[in-house]
Design a protein around this ligand. Structure first.
Ligand SMILES: [Zn+2]
Length: 216
C-alpha cells in the first residue's frame, strides 16, 4: 500500500544548492506533465469554487483553535519571492501587525488570520493544497522558510488525503529526483518544465472541451 511514511530522508543530507522553491516547482510541473493529478486538481476554478475548496481543506487541516482562512483573489503583486524569475500566482500568509514581507498592508484583517491570496491564474485545487501546506507547516517558523523538507513531507501528506495515495507517491518520486539533481537546476530548467506542463494542461483543456461539445 502506498504511503508517505517512508518519506523521511533527513533534511541535513540534502544540500540545497538552489532555491528550494525551484525544486518544489520543478517537481510539481514534472508531476503535472506526467499526468499525476486528475483534471479536477489542475483545472481552473471560479473564484467561488476556489474559495470553497480552500475553506473545506483548511477546516479539516488547520491546527486546533485556528480561525477560518480568508481566501482573496488579487489582480497581481504576488511576486514577493519569485523563484529565479518565475512569478508566483498564489501566496499564503498569517496576517501580522506589520503587513507582509513586501510591507503591503493587509486590508481589514485582524492579526493572526490565515490568508491565501491568488491571481486569476492561480485558481486551482493543487495550488490551494500548496498554500495550505505553507500555513500548516512553515509560515510560523521564519527560521525554517518554505519549500524545505517539512514542506515536502506535509505536501505529500495532503496529496495523499485530498488527491490519492498514488498521486502522493508519484509527486514524492519527482521531488526526490529533482532534489538529487538540484545542483544542475537553473531558472531555464524551471521555465522549460513549466512550459511543458502548461502545454499539456492546455491540451487536456481542449480535448475536454471537444468531448463536451460532442456529448451535447
Ligand atoms: Zn510555496
Amino acid at each position: 500500500m502506498a504511503s508517505t511514511d517512508d518519506f523521511d530522508a533527513p533534511e541535513e543530507t540534502v544540500k540545497w544548492l538552489v532555491d528550494p522553491g525551484l525544486v518544489v516547482s520543478l517537481a510539481t510541473w514534472d508531476a503535472i506533465a506526467a499526468e499525476v493529478f486528475p483534471q479536477e486538481m489542475v483545472g481552473e476554478l471560479s473564484a467561488a469554487e476556489w474559495a470553497d475548496y480552500g475553506h473545506e481543506v483548511w477546516e479539516s487541516e488547520k491546527p486546533d483553535g485556528c480561525p477560518a482562512v480568508t481566501m482573496e483573489v488579487v489582480d497581481a503583486g504576488l511576486d514577493r519571492a519569485p523563484v529565479s524569475g518565475a512569478d508566483s500566482c498564489a501566496q499564503a500568509d498569517w496576517v501580522s501587525e506589520e503587513g507582509d514581507l513586501l510591507q503591503a498592508p493587509y486590508s481589514e484583517l485582524p492579526p493572526g488570520t490565515p490568508l491565501i491570496r491568488a491571481t486569476p491564474e492561480g485558481l486551482n485545487r493543487l495550488d490551494v493544497l500548496h498554500e495550505v501546506t505553507h500555513l500548516t507547516c512553515d509560515l510560523r517558523a521564519p527560521e525554517a522558510p518554505g519549500h524545505r523538507w517539512a514542506f515536502a513531507q506535509n505536501f505529500a501528506r495532503l496529496l495523499e488525503t485530498w488527491v490519492s495515495p498514488e498521486a502522493a507517491v508519484a509527486w514524492k518520486m519527482h521531488f526526490e529526483r529533482r532534489v538529487l539533481a538540484a545542483p544542475r537546476h537553473t531558472c531555464e530548467s524551471l521555465l522549460a518544465a513549466r512550459a511543458e506542463g502548461e502545454r499539456l494542461l492546455r491540451e487536456r483543456d481542449e480535448s475536454g472541451r471537444k468531448r463536451d461539445q460532442s456529448a451535447q
